[in-house]
Design a protein around this ligand. Structure first.
Ligand code: ATP
Ligand code: MG
Ligand code: MG
Ligand code: MG
Length: 460
């Protein structure tokens, strides 16, 4: 099944079960200024779950474009290193707003996977929250899941909460076993971070309303929120291990390989570029412009990373903007807005490329010189800062280069330099940009409000 056919099959399945098909919202959350980017299907329905917004339906389904490249859910560092993480991906979801609950949600998911998609049950692995006896009984007694492929996990992986107080509840997750030749162990085991058992679907049961004193009061109308990564289920359906081997990515990688002049589709840098062209193009389509702060800086960081990986592959010419056309060929039908903004996206990317090309080579040369005399395995903060300040290298870009050589960067030292810079600029009376936003690698402080309340363990 092609990726586009899976997307369609999912929406049609849930439509046939009484769900309203709702279009993807944009990557810039309209209802939540505290959230960096839309990072799950539930984001556009948050107010419906909270009872602040009413819709003409109580069941919905969507294929939501998501970006996880900043804030708490930041997968930027994973791209190129795991088979399953992207900065941009699509999340298939079904939602119940006080309508059906656990038995139906589990039955829908199981039926879609094992009947509609025809996946063998022996390849699936299910996890529940260890105190959720109800979900456990549905899986083991009603769905007939093998207890050998079932685990009960704690709150850090299988309990979701919207905030310190308010809606929360247990999750149940479905994994696919890609087979013994891939390193990794089942969920809950010490090797769970490997890529053998890949999480495909998370079902969240919003069941309680947490009180300020911590007490869990049952919600009068419990709700359901689920999310399945389209690229991950496409990999399963297409019999490949990595998301980067699915039809959509193969085409994009081939086009990228042509443009940068390489044959090796498994090349890590090529994969990073193919991933990043998706997030960059969709972010610009949704109105984000490269800048030195906030969302725009996250965009700039992603695209500078892509340009550096092009350079790594020997690309001396501007190339990144030329990947928009092949991306539109792959995704333009599903996302007409991308097609419409193609020219604008190309223009913005090209300008950024031109700008960064001026300092990239020079910065890389300086870094090489510094590395020659490096003591130990950590690049000092002042070097990271110099690259940032003079050559426009975001700190995570330097960290990316460092990681390739099994080095790290001194983040604390870098932040100290940034603070001093800030002070100097203030004193000079010409402080403009909020540099603090610029240095955040793992969290965007200005936008962490919703991420904070969304909880680290699950964001569906
Ligand atoms: P993982 O543990 O693999 O990082 P997650 O638990 O962070 O995934 P959820 O927040 O539960 O993911 O999101 C729901 C689903 O979205 C996941 O089950 C997965 O299929 C998909 N997904 C999450 N993050 C990514 C990503 N960075 N790239 C592609 N798909 C993703
Ligand atoms: Mg994750
Ligand atoms: Mg997970
Ligand atoms: Mg999960």
């Amino acid at each position: 099944m092609k990726t586009s056919e899976i997307r369609k099959a999912f929406l049609e399945y849930f439509q046939s079960q009484g769900h309203e098909v709702v279009a993807s919202s944009t990557l810039v959350p309209g209802n939540d200024p505290t959230l960096l980017f839309t990072n799950a299907g539930m984001v556009q329905f948050k107010d419906v779950f909270l009872g602040r917004d009413q819709r003409g339906y109580s069941r919905a389904t969507s294929s939501q474009r998501c970006v996880r490249a900043g804030g708490k859910h930041n997968d930027l560092e994973n791209v190129g290193y795991t088979a399953r993480h992207h900065t941009f991906f699509e999340m298939l979801g079904n939602f119940s707003f006080g309508d059906y609950f656990k038995p139906e949600a589990i039955r829908f998911a199981w039926q879609f996977l094992t009947e509609t998609l025809g996946l063998p049950k022996e390849k699936l692995w299910v996890t529940v929250y260890h105190e959720d006896q109800e979900a456990e009984d549905i899986w083991l007694k009603e769905m007939g899941v093998d207890p050998q492929r079932f685990s009960r996990l704690g709150a850090d992986s299988n309990f979701w909460q919207m905030g310190d107080t308010g809606p929360c509840g247990p999750c149940t997750e479905i994994f696919y076993d890609h087979g013994a030749d891939v390193w990794g162990g089942p969920p809950g085991s010490p090797e769970e971070d490997g890529d053998r058992y890949i999480e495909i679907w998370n079902l969240v049961f919003m069941q309680y309303d947490r009180q300020p004193d911590g007490e869990l009061q049952p919600l009068p109308k419990p709700s359901v929120d689920t999310g399945m990564g389209l690229e991950r289920i496409a990999a399963v359906m297409q019999g490949v291990h990595s998301n980067y081997e699915i039809d959509l990515f193969t085409n994009l990688l081939k086009a990228t390989a042509n443009i940068v002049g390489t044959q090796d589709l498994d090349n890590k840098s090529l994969r990073v570029i193919a991933d990043h062209i998706r997030s960059c193009s969709f972010l610009i389509t949704d109105g984000v412009m490269p800048s030195n702060e906030g969302r725009g800086y996250v965009l700039r960081r992603i695209l500078r990373r892509a340009i550096r990986h092009g350079n790594q592959l020997g690309m001396k010419d501007l190339f990144f903007h030329r990947l928009v056309a092949p991306l539109v060929a792959e995704m333009g039908d599903a996302y007409p807005e991308l097609k419409q903004s193609q020219a604008q996206v190309e223009k913005v990317l090209k300008l950024e490329e031109e700008q960064f090309a001026k300092t990239l080579e020079q910065g890389l040369r300086i870094l090489e010189q510094d590395l020659e005399t490096l003591q130990g395995t950590q690049i000092p903060g002042d070097v990271v800062f110099k690259l940032y300040d003079t050559y426009g290298f975001p700190a995570d870009l330097t960290a990316d280069i460092a990681r390739e050589r099994e080095l790290t960067i001194d983040e604390a030292g870098f932040e100290k330099e940034m603070e001093q810079q800030k002070k100097r600029s203030k004193e000079a009376g010409k402080f403009k940009a909020n540099y603090h936003d610029g240095l955040e690698v793992t969290s965007a402080s200005e936008f962490c409000g919703y991420d904070d309340i969304a909880g680290e363990s699950s964001v569906v």
